[in-house]
Design a protein around this ligand. Structure first.
Ligand SMILES: [Fe+2]
Ligand SMILES: [Fe+2]
Length: 170
């Protein structure tokens, strides 16, 4: 398929729309991560949020590289799903007490919903890119996908190592 034919296809246009949705989602998350960090009880969870904020900046950079590579404008289109997940995160903070491990257990839940949403999105868009023969784009999406999976694993590790145990005995 020629580049021009590809760019005129509905599939490609849909793909770009989804990239814009994801770009909005990553930026919204970057804005909320410091709030999650300061709401956390344990130093470990707070640090994992601060680390993921740095990584989220890289995710945003990679998306910008992808837009540039495709010759598309890097712009966000509101992602209703991420907005909802982040809103739920805020209500989890309101529903739990400061300085408790129940707060951290809730924050892990909220953060894992974010990561799973990102894993689903990056996973699918990576496959879309591969089907369009967009190797460079596929590689950039794969890098972020791996990082989202690792982050999800870190959260599981924290919950299993001490957060849930301490929460249940509060
Ligand atoms: Fe991300
Ligand atoms: Fe993430």
């Amino acid at each position: 398929m020629t580049d021009e034919k590809m760019k005129n296809s509905d599939f490609y246009k849909f793909f770009v729309e989804e990239l814009k949705d994801l770009y909005w989602a990553e930026n919204a998350l970057l804005k909320d991560l410091p709030k999650m960090e300061s709401a956390a009880t344990s130093k470990e969870l707070a640090e994992s949020f601060s680390k993921h904020a740095e990584e989220t900046r890289q995710h945003i950079n990679r998306l910008e590289k992808i837009f540039e590579h495709l010759g598309e404008k890097a712009e966000g289109v509101k992602c209703e799903a991420m907005e909802g997940i982040l809103k739920e995160g805020k209500s989890i903070i309101e529903d739990t007490t400061k300085d408790t491990m129940t707060r951290d257990a809730g924050l892990v839940l909220a953060a894992q919903k974010v990561e799973h949403y990102e894993i689903a999105t990056y996973g699918t868009l990576k496959v879309f890119a591969a089907h369009m023969g967009q190797k460079e784009v596929e590689m950039l999406l794969a890098e972020t996908l791996d990082n989202e999976k690792a982050t999800n694993g870190t959260l599981t590790g924290l919950a299993e190592r001490f957060i849930n145990k301490q929460a249940v005995s509060e």
